[in-house]
Design a binder for this molecule. Sequence first.
Ligand code: G3H
Ligand code: 13P
Ligand code: NA
Ligand code: ZN
Length: 328
Amino acid sequence: PLISLRQLLDHAAEHDYGVPAFNVNNMEQIQAILQAAEACGAPVILQASAGARKYAGEPFLRKMVEAVLEQYPQLPVCLHQDHGASPAVCQQAIRSGFSSVMMDGSLLEDQKTPASYDHNLAVTARVVEMSHAVGVSVEGELGCLGSLETGQAGEEDGVGAEGTLDHSQLLTDPDQAADFVAATGVDALAIAIGTSHGAYKFTRQPTGDILAIERIAAIHAAIPNTHLVMHGSSSVPQEWLATIRRFGGDIRETYGVPVEEIVRGIRSGVRKVNIDTDIRLAMTGAMRQLMAEKPEEFDPRAFFKAATAAARGICMARFEAFGCAGQA
Ligand code: G3H
Ligand code: 13P
Ligand code: NA
Ligand code: ZN
């Protein structure tokens, strides 16, 4: 069976490590993550967005995760709904067998408009009530993901707030976090510290003024029993950007969250680290390279195999860096 996020992250907290939560949409991504986890002996969080369910279709997603449990019975696996936009979305995920859901009430149901604190609190408390009744964990979010450089959510393809966010929305307040957790009972809380979704997070290597890792310790001190979650935590590897560009891709200069900053975050209390973009970049880079270097190849399995290997490399590196290896 799947393990709940609460159980999985309680172990991480007890043993001082962080767990990468990788977004999945298809078989190759799922296989890459599980191959890496098996090689490292790491616990697994698979997370699916609304976009993933739309892409794969709910039955395919559900059956692929069933296949994971059959093939890797020795590994603890949590299946998490990423960025649930409403209690209804979370309810559908629970019906599909997810062991954890995120109610992202920091934004309204359109997932574009910043929500009031009261709205966030009300929808999140509803989801906690219905989820805990059936043993499913809940992640909430307080504060809006977005760039401290520009005030923009950073995502060009649809995930995150629209318009300019003000500074107070871009950094989670520890006192408000304590109030939010007391009122909702969430198991995990996504915090805003200057990260944003997608490839374009920072225009330069981030420093403390645009990536507020120091704030994590204060939030952790305010809510020590709630597991902290870092979203927008892809590192945007410069090597993969170079490969994509070398083989015809068009990605402008950009920087992600350095792995060593995430490790500092884990030391300060972060337990779940959301990563989607790095797997996208690695898979795209590997496929571009193979297509360019072997123009006679037309068996798609060759491209998918290269993409899976590249994604597996990202996953193994994160499992190792976050202290997850050997913890399964
Ligand atoms: O939070 C955003 C994740 O990267 C999921 O993205 O909605 O395109 O699947 P997606
Ligand atoms: P990245 O876009 O940095 O991979 O973040 C993914 C994420 O936060 C999913 O919820
Ligand atoms: Na999530
Ligand atoms: Zn996210």
